[in-house]
Ligand binder design. Structure first.
Ligand SMILES: *Cc1c(COP(=O)(O)O)cnc(C)c1O
Length: 404
């Protein structure tokens, strides 16, 4: 059998749709974020990264770097095993305590990524709780969807951020079945925010547990970076808060927080927790330094919000439509995968501006977009330059449109 021919057939179809993914080869440069080197066919060039999830530039923060280096010198590189077999290091427990404190919970449990934490926690809850029903927001991330699917629990999808629809669906569930309402705080592609309090109230009314993904909010919102649930003073009423160490905290890893019993349950039964090598102690130490810093320092969050507002205002002045939302994510809708890629290529080649085209299946077909994530380290000049580039493009498109 010619397997490569089978592979190529499907890849060619992807290319024909404009949904084939080209990765930019970057070399991040410590101390220069959002600048990075871009290795490409003809050599290396400097680019400004406009789509990083290292939202605050914590990946190059001196305290975080120092903590990682110190831990490597102290412990070496790897964890040495799974959490069960020799891999549980002191730094893991320090980090879990830090995370429990961040969300005001009794306990926390670390995973190798946010994806794995969602997948493992939801698949364990859904499969181990007898007759469990998982009510999942229609906009939920792939990691939650896969976890729920793997659990084989009964799944009910409610309309995105629609509390009335959620209530209708909760009311239709058997009263005595265990129910889990799974949702996110900040949705990463549209940048909209869930009505957490209303969702929690409806869930409580029907005795459901709440499962909240705060991946795009931890570090960024709340007085200590505990996310939207901290900002809104509702964290104590959420059963499980999940987050990542790889986005605003600038390192890598994922976690859940909740009661002792909940975390012990996942720890004891989740395959995705048990059968994999623990995170390197140095990663845990770096993440903890990042969390500790952002618990005390508000300046990164303030400057972040300022630069987000500045980019939005500059786009408005230039007449470039962008999606309104209450978060730090600035989507510019193009609504066509081929055009989105053309624009991104042009920005990269002509302006040294890197923004990855966002296409299906990350977003629904027909909603392809450029997704900008300004950071506290993007200067006012960076913003002006981006808007100048986009204005130039928009004028060209208008001309092309008029001629066509
Ligand atoms: C990125 C993301 C995850 C996964 O987190 P990683 O640490 O990157 O694996 C989970 N949920 C949402 C909503 C995400 O956007």
């Amino acid at each position: 059998m010619d397997f490569d021919a089978l592979f190529s057939e499907q890849l060619d179809a992807l290319k024909a749709e404009g949904n084939y993914r080209y990765f930019a080869e970057l070399e991040r440069q410590c101390g220069k974020f959002p600048r990075a080197a871009n290795h490409h066919a003809d050599g290396v060039r400097d680019v400004t990264v406009w789509c990083s999830n290292d939202y605050l530039g914590m990946g190059q923060h001196p305290k975080v770097i120092a903590a990682m280096c110190e831990a490597v010198e102290r412990c070496g590189t790897g964890a040495g095993g799974t959490r069960n077999i020799s891999g549980t290091n002191h730094d893991h427990l320090l980090l879990e305590r830090e995370l429990a404190d961040l969300h005001g919970k009794e306990a926390a449990l670390l995973f190798t990524s946010g994806y794995v934490s969602n997948w493992a926690a939801l698949s364990t809850l859904g499969s181990r709780l007898k007759d469990c029903i998982i009510l999942s927001d229609a906009g939920n991330h792939a990691s939650m969807i896969e976890g729920i699917r793997h659990s084989r629990a009964h799944k009910v999808i409610w309309k995105h951020n629609d509390v009335a629809d959620l209530e209708e669906k909760l009311a239709a569930c058997p009263a005595n079945a265990p129910k889990i309402v799974a949702f996110e705080s900040v949705y990463s592609m549209d940048g909209d925010v869930a009505p957490i309090r209303e969702i929690v109230e409806v869930a409580e009314k029907y005795g459901a547990m709440t499962y909240l993904d705060e991946v795009h909010a931890v570090g960024l919102y709340g007085p200590r970076g505990g996310g939207i649930s901290e900002r809104d003073g509702i964290a104590d009423r959420i059963t499980l808060i999940e987050g990542t160490l790889g986005k605003a905290f600038g390192v890598v890893g994922g976690y859940i927080t909740g009661s002792h019993a909940l975390c012990d349950f996942i720890r004891s039964f989740a395959s995705g927790f048990i059968f994999t090598t623990a995170l390197p102690p140095a990663v845990a130490a770096a993440a903890r330094a990042s969390i500790r810093h952002l618990k005390e320092s508000d300046s990164e969050r303030l400057r972040h919000q300022q630069q987000v507002a500045r980019l939005r205002a500059a786009l408005d002045r230039a007449g470039i439509p962008h999606m309104r939302n209450p978060s730090h994510i600035v989507p510019v809708m193009i609504k066509d995968p081929v055009k989105t890629r053309m624009l991104a290529n042009y920005l990269m080649d002509e302006w040294g501006i890197y923004v990855q085209p966002i296409n299906y299946p990350t977003v629904p077909k027909g909603t392809e977009r450029l997704r900008f994530t300004p950071s506290p380290l993007h200067s006012d000049e960076d913003i002006e330059r981006l808007v100048a580039a986009l204005s130039h493009l928009w004028k060209q498109c208008a001309v092309a449109h008029a001629v066509a």
